[in-house]
Write a protein that binds this ligand. Structure first.
Ligand SMILES: [Zn+2]
Length: 135
């Protein structure tokens, strides 16, 4: 995938999730089709940490089951950094295991970035497309 499409309202929702979790990292799953996000599922960061996040296995399972029941897929994983919006070495390890789009919001830089794992470059930044009202 080379792009990820979100509405302005979805971006505001992600920024809100990130700010509400401060001083810790937040996380959410983005469900949809292809590169279009249809639903944002906020997840609980059980690490309650400003440098890492983990999701309870039962909550993960619930997210995948919900996606399947709605005929959608988990197309992206969102988390926030109270730091620069670049994947950490831990993030890169999990990106390799979960090859979806990874979206990171930096609460210090107020920047949203999207990445995919890439065999050659390790990580590759992709474009975030802001769409209008969903058809
Ligand atoms: Zn991270």
């Amino acid at each position: 995938m080379n792009t990820i499409s979100l509405t302005a309202a979805q971006i505001r929702q992600l920024v809100g999730i990130a700010k509400d979790a401060l001083p810790n990292e937040s996380c959410a799953f983005l469900l949809g089709h292809n590169d279009k996000v249809a639903k944002i599922l906020p997840m609980r960061n059980i690490d309650e940490s400003p440098v890492t996040f983990s999701i309870e296995p039962a909550e993960l399972l619930h997210a995948y089951n919900l996606a399947e029941s709605k005929g959608m897929q988990v197309i992206a994983i969102f988390h926030s950094h109270p730091a620069k919006p670049w994947p950490s070495s831990t993030d890169i390890k999990f990106m390799e295991i979960n090859p979806v789009v990874w979206i990171i919001y930096s609460t210090t830089e107020s920047q949203l970035k999207a990445f995919v794992y890439d065999d050659d470059e390790l990580i590759k930044e992709i474009d975030i497309i802001i769409t209008g009202v969903r058809a």
